[in-house]
Design a protein. Structure first.
Length: 568
């Protein structure tokens, strides 16, 4: 018996004929749209692959893929049931120890978790403030802390306190109510622009600190690229040693961050790698003067040439937050320097912290631009808000005018001569530390200075000893130095308090190295091998962090640390 089913060719013909021309056109249109979408994604991902190969090369691309796969697989391993519980238990134990150190408890510790029923008397408040100020801490007053406290002297602090008190209720958001604050803020920007040899027409803003200054420079570059070139997938190219605030800007503002190696022996950003990474999506190049980890000034003139190479030149930001009021005065203080400021043609913006070596109170920085047009890209203006026209120059709305007054007071009190003198003392002390490590017979065979630092930071590492053991041993002697990673190292950021204690610092480094060498000799005699695993707190964090391909555990620890800061 024959089949009653209609032949496929006939069904197709009848279906088409019944649908008519309109249905046929819809079918063709849908098919065409599907093909266009496919071609669009094919072109897009082909372009991405081409840019990746251009920027990182074949071997670099394979290496990045390997690192990514290894990171993913290790993350899966850490999340497996048997491992996850052990990891979480260790994280909890570590955070409990951290809380025990940071959050004091027990007899004699008062905790205030609600408002007092009745306001305290002035005597009560002053008494409690005195107790809080005397809590056990690393003695920055004795010059035992690297960086952190940029002290300009007791006399300056008293003068700053007077300025703060006089303008304690002021707010620059109301310039008509506080005209003096507006004037001081404008003058701070003008003075710092002058220090960095800004051209006519340059502009700037004050900010709450170096991080905000860097965020504003990145935002300005992103907005400029979007409005002038239509860039919707912005990318910036930074040295791997650039401040973490650039990575924060990338996270906040959806800017892809390309990290470029800073190889030994110079530890400057590798210029050919920067060049290869530049594409139509690039919105910003970055250099440091100097960088935080190693105190090295990047090759700013070479970065400038790259920035100016395109028809529409790229913005080039120089981070001088740490160099601040030292790098502009190096030559006048008798030290070698290199080009880094607005005299380098391609430099379009600079961040400079007035609260570091400008000795202003914490909460003060500046972001400087070659032109006023660049500054306007960081503005926020809302013309149709029901509360009125709203405009702010940076992230904050209301700002503490008292800090601006204290900053202005610091700059006017110190003057050029004061900053040249402090540069001479601070950089001179850094040179003394560097020379001791390079030339002292007790140090030169075990420690090595990283690169050629020109300013206030001296970073050193070791091939014979565990550098984190040295860091922990120095902590045991009362010092608070900065531990670094990738590669493991220690740095000292010299401040005025350290200047007075520099001989003690060098002596303690010598003694510590001798002690660690003796421990290594004992290990060898006992047959345990040389350069044993470090056991201190520094090694617990950085030793583990450096060995893990997936940093999720470190992220948990860091997040737990931040949580601990808010435990009353």
């Amino acid at each position: 018996m024959g089949s009653s089913r209609m032949p496929v060719s006939l069904r197709s013909t009848l279906s088409t004929s019944k649908a008519g021309p309109k249905g046929n056109y819809l079918y063709i249109g849908a098919d065409l749209l599907r093909n266009l979408v496919f071609v669009f994604f094919l072109i897009r991902w082909t372009r991405k692959a081409a840019l990746q190969l251009k920027g990182r090369g074949l071997f670099g691309t394979v290496a990045e893929a390997y690192i990514s796969i290894r990171k993913t697989l290790y993350g899966m391993f850490l999340r497996s049931p048997g491992v996850r519980n052990k990891v979480q238990a260790q994280v909890a134990e570590t955070l409990a120890k951290l809380e025990g150190k940071l959050v004091p408890k027990g007899p004699g510790i008062s905790r205030y978790l609600t408002l007092p029923k009745e306001g305290w008397t002035e005597t009560q408040v002053r008494g409690e403030l005195e107790k809080l100020g005397e809590m056990e801490h690393t003695r920055w007053e004795d010059g035992l802390v690297s960086g952190a406290v940029y002290h300009g002297g007791d006399g300056l602090i008293k003068l700053q306190a007077d300025a703060f008190q006089k303008f304690s209720v002021s707010n620059p958001i109301h310039p008509d109510v506080f005209p003096g604050v507006r004037k001081m803020e404008a003058e701070i920007v003008a003075m710092v622009l002058s220090m960095f040899n800004a051209p006519a027409g340059a502009a700037g803003v004050t900010t709450s600190g170096g991080t905000e200054s860097i965020l504003m420079a990145c935002l300005s570059a992103r907005q400029k690229a979007y409005r002038e070139r239509g860039v919707t997938e912005p990318e910036m190219i930074i040295p791997e040693t650039a401040h973490a605030a650039f990575r924060k800007a990338g996270s906040y503002f959806s800017i892809k961050v390309h990290l470029v190696a800073c190889p030994a022996p110079s530890y400057q950003v590798h210029i050919p790698s920067v060049s290869r990474l530049i594409s139509s999506n690039t919105i910003l190049l970055v250099g440091s003067a100097p960088n935080f980890p190693h105190g090295i000034i990047d090759n700013i003139p070479s970065l400038s040439r790259l920035a100016l190479r395109k028809k529409r030149s790229l913005p080039l930001h120089v981070d001088c937050c740490l160099g601040s009021f030292l790098v502009p005065f190096l030559s006048r203080a008798g030290f070698p320097t290199v080009p880094f400021d607005f005299t380098v043609k391609g430099v379009t913006s600079i961040s400079c912290d007035t609260h570091k070596y400008g000795f202003a109170p914490k909460g003060n920085s500046t972001c400087l631009y070659r032109t006023q047009a660049l500054r306007t890209y960081q503005y926020f203006i809302s013309p149709d808000w029901s509360g009125g026209v709203y405009a702010s120059p940076s992230i904050a709305g209301s700002r503490p005018g008292a800090l601006i007054a204290s900053c202005w007071t610091s700059l006017m009190s110190q003057g050029e001569s004061g900053y040249i003198d402090s540069c001479h003392k601070i950089v001179g002390a850094a040179k003394k530390i560097e020379t001791a490590i390079r030339e002292n017979p007790s140090l030169r065979d075990d420690l090595s200075v990283m690169g050629k630092p020109l300013v206030s930071v001296v970073a050193f590492t070791s091939k014979t000893l565990n550098i984190y053991d040295i860091a922990d041993a120095m902590t045991g002697k009362g010092w608070h130095l900065n531990a670094l990673q990738s590669p493991p190292a220690i740095h000292v950021a010299v401040t005025l308090p350290i200047v007075a204690a520099v001989d003690r610092l060098i002596g303690d480094i010598v003694a510590t190295v001798e002690e660690e060498k003796e421990k290594e000799r004992v290990r060898i005699v006992e047959g345990k091998g040389a350069k044993g695993g470090a056991k201190g707190d520094t090694a617990a964090l950085y030793g583990v962090a450096g060995s893990l391909p997936n940093k999720s555990v470190v992220v948990q620890l860091a997040g737990g640390f931040l949580d601990t800061l808010y435990k009353a």
